[in-house]
Write a protein that binds this ligand. Structure first.
Ligand code: PEP
Ligand code: MG
Length: 581
């Protein structure tokens, strides 16, 4: 049966392929070693998860009162399995004796039990090993806020595979990089979540926020994903399939035409040169930066290199990664952003994650706040960046600033890292520039604080919009309220850009707005001259720049940003974009 699902169009293009469903939990858990002082906390975490599963069983049973007896018996069986001391007590001993994480402890114990079951003669009892697995899977799901379910994709490769999941974390999507999948679709997630951003970076079509895709789509069903419109067609008929095959090839032709712009300069009709920079996540991405003819890297999201592993990277490991990236830049500038961990980018580290995790991470100890709270981790990163600065043009970019003291403390930390390197006679760029991201409304409003202390600024529209409009960028339920054209957002952008211009401080934009040609003329009209985006987005933005005359755009943009309703603003921007200059 053919049917269509609608979600958020987060990464354009068309993919046609076979569904590959991934489950929400996995028994392939990481093994972490716990510090002695954390052991009892880990036991408590295990007990709390068991308690939540018990409560979940009770609720399920209540809601199944009128369902067949089989169903209720199945819940009772799982409940009994988990009540058995073999699973409710022994994992606690394992945590204490082996100082390991709770997920690993329960999975180890499960394997012992499953093995015992598999040796019994009675077929009925043998099959109960499945129930043990399922019951344990439930506990593991409770324990891991970020289930490593994508590891199940090991070995799955292919350009016609479309991944269907309830949710994917940024770390999951990073793991896709080696698989070459055609596309992915999920039930949850917002358009500027890091999951969506990564899809755009990889240049693969993706639709998020489909609500029920994971439940309605079956493995191996044929899917069409239209990432531009946010549509997923399941089991399309021949006519629809042919139509989309045609659309897909037209899209590819357009893309390759734009690639011809690689060596063209990004200069407006009135001869103003615009800097087009790239956003990257890994040193390997530098190849694409050179390939698309970018002027440099405006945002290297360093946290992605180390996401999803069990510990913090050492200074040397970081240094190797940064050096590789800067060498690949062949003299072009590389702006390295210090770790923006926390929120949706969690590191599974005993020291950082467990103690620091809270219910409202976007407003919590995230980003520079976390770096300043963890001076050792911050020093290791700053030293690694400084050491890499000997090999090319490196700049430091600091995320999520809101207070003057944060800038002062960051600059003091940079000084400390410099002086320790000097003491060890390790070379670095003494004049390295330090810039800040403007992505918190407070920083945008009190922009003078940052203009007076920093060498350059970069506007992070993804967070700036999230915090200005109080919209969680990862939540599809409020995605309709996430509005880059809200008058408040435009006021802030125009204020930041205008103030930086007056102060003579370079300002770029590295949030998603910079890479969307829909906003290019608007931003040019506000005075923006540096744009940073994924390499794949550069050609389309460059084309728009080459067709624009800033002196004609400016007065129109001045009028647009005085309008009061997003819908009117959007209409005027569409007219501005349609205008052939
Ligand atoms: C932003 O917030 O706009 C930004 C570029 O940073 P990130 O998306 O990594 O939070
Ligand atoms: Mg941000």
């Amino acid at each position: 049966m053919s049917f269509t699902l609608h979600g958020l169009p987060v990464s354009g293009g068309i993919a046609i392929g076979q569904a590959h469903l991934i489950s929400q939990a996995t028994l392939e858990v990481s093994h972490l070693v716990i510090a002695p002082r954390m052991v009892e906390k880990e036991v408590a975490r295990f007990e709390a998860a068991m308690q939540r599963v018990r409560a979940e069983f009770a609720t399920m049973k209540g809601s199944l009162e009128k369902s067949p007896a089989d169903m209720r018996a199945f819940i009772d069986l799982h409940r009994m399995i988990l009540e058995d001391p073999e699973l409710s007590e022994v994992p606690k001993q394992i945590i204490r004796e082996r100082r390991c994480n709770a997920e690993w402890a329960i999975v180890q114990q499960m394997q012992v039990l499953v093995e015992q079951f598999e040796h019994v003669e009675d077929q009925y009892l043998r099959e109960r090993s499945y129930d043990v697995r399922q019951a344990v899977e439930r506990v593991v799901r409770e324990l891991s806020e970020h289930p490593d379910h994508v590891s199940k994709l090991k070995g799955v490769k292919g350009e016609n595979v479309i991944v269907v999941a309830h949710d994917l974390s940024p770390a999951d999507v990073m793991a896709f990089k080696d698989h070459n999948f055609a596309s992915f679709v999920t039930d949850v997630g917002g358009a500027t979540s890091h999951t969506a951003i990564l899809a755009r970076g990889m240049g693969i079509p993706a639709v998020l926020g489909l609500h029920n895709a994971r439940a309605l789509i079956r493995d191996k069903e044929t899917l069409i994903v239209d990432g531009t419109r946010g549509v997923v067609i399941v089991n399309p008929d021949r006519r629809i399939l042919e139509e989309y095959e045609l659309r897909r090839s037209q899209y590819e032709i357009e893309k390759s035409k734009l690639k011809l712009l690689k060596t063209a300069r990004a200069t407006t009709l009135d001869k103003i040169k615009i800097d087009l920079l790239a956003n990257i996540e890994e040193p390997e991405d530098v190849e694409a930066v050179i390939e698309c003819g970018a002027d440099g890297v405006g945002l290297f999201r360093t946290e992605f290199i180390f996401l999803g592993r069990g510990d913090m990277p050492s200074e040397d490991e970081q240094f190797e990664a940064y050096r590789k990236a800067v060498k690949g830049m062949e003299g072009r500038p590389l702006t390295i952003r210090t770790f923006d961990l926390g929120n949706d980018k969690q590191m599974v580290s005993e020291d950082l994650a467990e103690e620091r995790r809270r219910d409202n991470p976007a407003l919590g100890l995230r980003s520079i706040r976390l770096s300043l709270a963890e001076p050792k981790v911050f020093q290791a990163q700053l030293r690694a960046i400084l050491r890499a600065s000997k090999f090319g043009k490196v700049k430091i970019l600091v995320p999520m600033l809101s207070h003057a003291f944060q800038v002062d403390q960051t600059l003091a930390a940079v000084e400390q890292a410099k002086s320790s390197l000097r003491g060890q006679k390790i070379a670095f760029d003494e004049n390295i520039e330090v810039g800040g991201m403007i992505e918190v409304p407070a920083a945008a409003l009190a922009i003078g604080i940052f203009l007076r202390r920093l060498d350059f600024l970069s506007i992070g529209t993804n967070d700036l919009i999230q915090y200005t409009l109080a919209i969680d960028r990862t939540d599809e339920q409020v995605a309709n309220l996430y509005d880059p054209l809200h008058p408040a957002v435009l006021m802030l952008l125009s204020h930041i850009i205008g103030s930086a211009e007056k102060a003579g401080v370079p300002v770029s934009m590295c949030g998603e707005m910079a890479g969307d040609p829909m906003f290019t003329r608007l931003l040019l009209g506000m005075g923006l001259r540096q744009f940073s985006m994924f390499p794949a987005q550069i050609p389309a933005v460059k084309q728009r720049i080459k067709q624009s005359d800033i002196s004609e755009i400016e007065p129109i943009v001045r009028k647009i940003i005085r309008l009061e309703e997003s819908a009117k603003i959007e209409e005027q921007i569409e007219r501005l974009n349609a205008w052939q200059q």
